[in-house]
Design a protein around this ligand. Structure first.
Ligand SMILES: [Zn+2]
Length: 80
């Protein structure tokens, strides 16, 4: 499994929807408990890190870059 380093300000998409209908959360604080803010209603909640990681679908603000990096790597490997 790939290890993801979360950063403050990351926008993550969770598998479970918030009651307000939003699936997107902004990372506010890192630690054993992650503090995240709902992008839909602005509510802040604390989630235990393992639970947060398990519930994360993807990091929206980094998905593109990681994809590009992966494509670049696979191109390099086919050349070598
Ligand atoms: Zn919400």
């Amino acid at each position: 499994m790939k290890f993801i380093q979360y950063k403050i300000g990351d926008i993550v998409q969770m598998k479970k929807k918030h009651p307000c209908g939003s699936q997107e959360w902004e990372v506010m604080q890192l630690g054993a408990d992650m503090r995240v803010k709902c992008c839909g209603c602005g509510r802040m909640v604390l989630i235990a890190r393992p639970k947060f990681i398990k519930g994360t679908k993807k990091i929206l603000n980094r998905d593109m870059n990681e994809k590009l990096e992966l494509e670049k790597r696979s191109e390099e490997s086919t050349m070598g």
